[in-house]
Design a binder for this molecule. Structure first.
Ligand code: TRP
Length: 459
């Protein structure tokens, strides 16, 4: 794809190119960092079951709707609503998406910075001797509570993201993903094999794979739903924007299926790596919070021959997977500002990145650097977790609800299906999809939100 806004809207070079770019946006820290810690805090396998149900029932339906709307209107997250329903308030759903994109990027880039920090630590030998659980936790705590490391890495990660977005999300990303995604997949499979063969792995596998529904609570449902939307990059117009670069020849239905399967596979593999290793090291699945993966993995690398090499490769690939997501996150507000405010790409990128950095400062200081942000008053956890819950769960859930109602009722299932069926694509599940968008998604999501508000069970 060429720079979409400098040369008119670009088009992905092929179906593979599109699927790789969309998967690159979906696959990231959400799969490898966020999914395991949500499963750990959310009660294990029972959470996983509910999560899978949400991905394939609601997530896939919403993804298809976003892609179709984007391709049909050829516009950004806000413009797509404005073009389909001119002069209405529907564009507020798109606006919420733009704000959510900035908010998610502000804490996501903090964690992305950690992957770079851990890459350096691994390369410089911090984990070259056997590390115990306690040592690994201590290393994490001293790293995560350093204000200079956190702010510096946040700044650096946003700077690299900005440069890529400023130069246009061009062929580079497609080419890089083509090589690196298979490598990441291969490495994850290898690590999973090592992890499940560790002593004590059985208890981890049981926690992760044998559902115990007594472990879950009311709060599990919004958490699993939010995680599904987060992991698939839905509810904030990212797939509208990416859909606007898709040619009419591409089958959106099979593409959606492949992206959802691929994203789920990577998340499930991440869990297969983390939980056996975690139980082997004698850690608690719910004790690590946002640091879970960073505390567990060094103990696993210590158990591998050439662990330093595997560790470095892992954090490098994770940083790149995070970068393909931060690029898409930044592209949403940037393409909005360019299209709707008429700004140049350079100015749009610079302004958005600076605002994102400023909003990201408290998240960067929320893991020990500043006590107030690290332990907020009341029931709320630290500032980063709070941003992750508000924007990563609730805002995406509300955005997806708005999108389902918009496509289901305002634009209309018939019109949307006609877009999906352009150039002879057959869409056999049209009626099921219409039912999901018009009934199951609105009713299900509203019920969950109302329940949460009524019980006050926000976290
Ligand atoms: N799906 C990404 C991940 O799992 C995170 C994400 C959420 C995202 N919304 C997005 C990425 C929008 C790009 C665009 O890591």
């Amino acid at each position: 794809m060429t720079n979409p806004s400098a040369t008119g809207r670009g088009v992905w070079s092929s179906k593979t190119g599109f699927i790789l770019a969309a998967s690159g946006s979906a696959i990231g820290l959400g799969n490898i960092w966020r999914f395991p810690y949500m499963v750990g805090e959310g009660g294990g396998a029972a959470f996983v079951v509910i999560y899978l149900g949400f991905v394939f029932l609601l997530g896939a339906a919403v993804m298809l709707a976003e892609l179709a709307l984007g391709r049909h209107t050829d516009r950004n997250a806000v413009g797509a609503f404005a073009a389909t329903a001119p002069g209405t308030l529907w564009k507020l759903v798109g606006m919420l998406g733009v704000i959510t994109g900035v908010a998610i990027l502000s804490f996501y880039a903090v964690i992305a910075g950690w992957t770079v920090g851990y890459l350096f630590k691994t390369v410089t030998g911090s984990f070259s001797q056997t590390v115990t659980a306690q040592e690994s936790q201590a290393i994490f705590e001293s790293f995560a509570s350093s204000p200079t490391a956190n702010l510096g890495l946040l700044f650096a990660f946003l700077a690299v993201t900005s440069i890529v977005v400023w130069r246009g999300v061009s062929g580079g990303i497609e080419r890089v993903s083509k090589i690196l995604m298979p490598v990441l997949l291969g490495l994850l499979i290898l690590l999973a094999i090592r992890s499940v063969t560790l002593s004590g792995a059985g208890a981890g596998l049981e926690f992760y794979l044998a559902p115990d529904f007594s472990r879950i609570s009311v709060a599990t449902f919004p958490a699993a739903l939010g995680q599904a939307f987060f992991s698939l990059s839905l509810g904030m117009g990212a797939m509208i924007t990416y859909g606007s670069y898709v040619s009419k020849k591409i089958n959106l239905v099979t593409s959606t299926g492949i992206i959802c399967l691929f994203d789920t596979l990577i998340a499930l593999l991440a869990g297969l790596i983390i939980f056996p290793a975690l139980f082997h090291a004698g850690m608690s699945p719910s004790g690590g919070g946002v640091g879970l993966v960073f505390q567990v993995l060094p103990t696993l690398f210590a158990e591998l021959p050439a662990g330093q090499l595997f560790g470095a490769a892992f954090f490098l690939l994770l940083a790149i997977a995070a970068l393909t997501s931060t690029i898409a996150l930044l592209e949403v507000p940037v393409s909005y500002v360019i299209d709707e405010w008429g700004w140049s790409r350079g100015k749009a990128v610079a302004a958005t990145a600076i605002v994102t950095f400023l909003i990201g400062v408290p998240s960067a200081l929320a893991s020990g650097a500043v006590p107030f942000f690290s332990d907020l008053p009341g029931a709320a956890p630290d500032f980063l977790s709070l941003m992750s819950i508000i924007f990563g769960n609730y805002a995406l859930t509300i955005g997806s609800l708005g999108l389902a109602i918009f496509v289901g009722y305002r634009w209309g299932v018939q019109a949307a299906a006609a877009e999906i069926e352009s150039e002879g694509v057959t869409f056999g599940l049209k009626h099921a999809w219409g039912f999901l968008l018009r009934f199951l998604a609105p009713v299900g999501i509203t019920a969950i939100l109302v329940y949460i508000i009524a019980t006050g069970n926000y976290f």
